[in-house]
Design a protein around this ligand. Structure first.
Ligand SMILES: [Zn+2]
Length: 174
């Protein structure tokens, strides 16, 4: 039955919200191993984890099928959700530049180490700085790093608290 192949191909991912790409390579067709690609950040999923596409190049060539699925981090960002939150109040103007720089560096490093670890946003409003992340642990790491980096400059005039795991981390300068 020569039509089988076509039928199978078109019906297989009928429920997928992502249309078949015109640029799809023959390598991506149905095969024994599956390959998931996020269309937003180009991260790839294999071996039960998300990886950067570059680090997956070798794997990429070996697989026969790809599915386009938005990754959990981009899904979270798209739906305006977050898991980690840091709220900073009364941040002295003199440290703001270094503070933002520190957070941006940590964000870049976190993303490099794990494409699901993202700083979603850094917002400043009425002297209050809010940092949102896709992972609680990342928020904790950033808060600890801020503490480490600025405690000498701030003396004892600040505090960090998180009474509950899901609560925001609060850093308050007095
Ligand atoms: Zn993604």
């Amino acid at each position: 039955m020569p039509t089988n192949i076509k039928k199978e191909k078109s019906s297989k991912k009928g429920s997928s919200p992502y249309p078949k790409k015109k640029t799809e390579h023959p390598e991506f067709r149905k095969g024994k191993s599956e390959y998931i690609l996020c269309p937003a950040c180009y991260s790839v999923y294999y071996n039960k984890a998300w990886h950067h596409a570059l680090s997956g190049d070798k794997h990429f060539k070996e697989t026969k099928e790809a599915r386009f699925v938005i990754c959990p981090a981009d899904k979270m960002i798209k739906e305006k959700e977050y898991e980690g939150q840091i709220i900073m109040e009364n941040v002295p103007a003199v440290i703001k530049y270094d503070l933002f720089h520190l957070v941006e560096n940590m964000a870049a490093r976190a993303f490099h180490d794990d494409p699901m670890d993202r700083v979603i946003s850094i917002k400043e409003k009425n002297g209050r700085i809010e940092i949102l992340t896709t992972e609680n642990q990342l928020a904790q790491r950033i808060a600890m790093k801020i503490k480490e980096s600025f405690k000498n400059k701030m003396g004892s005039g600040w505090q960090i608290s998180h009474s509950h795991r899901e609560d925001p981390l609060r850093i308050i300068w007095k």
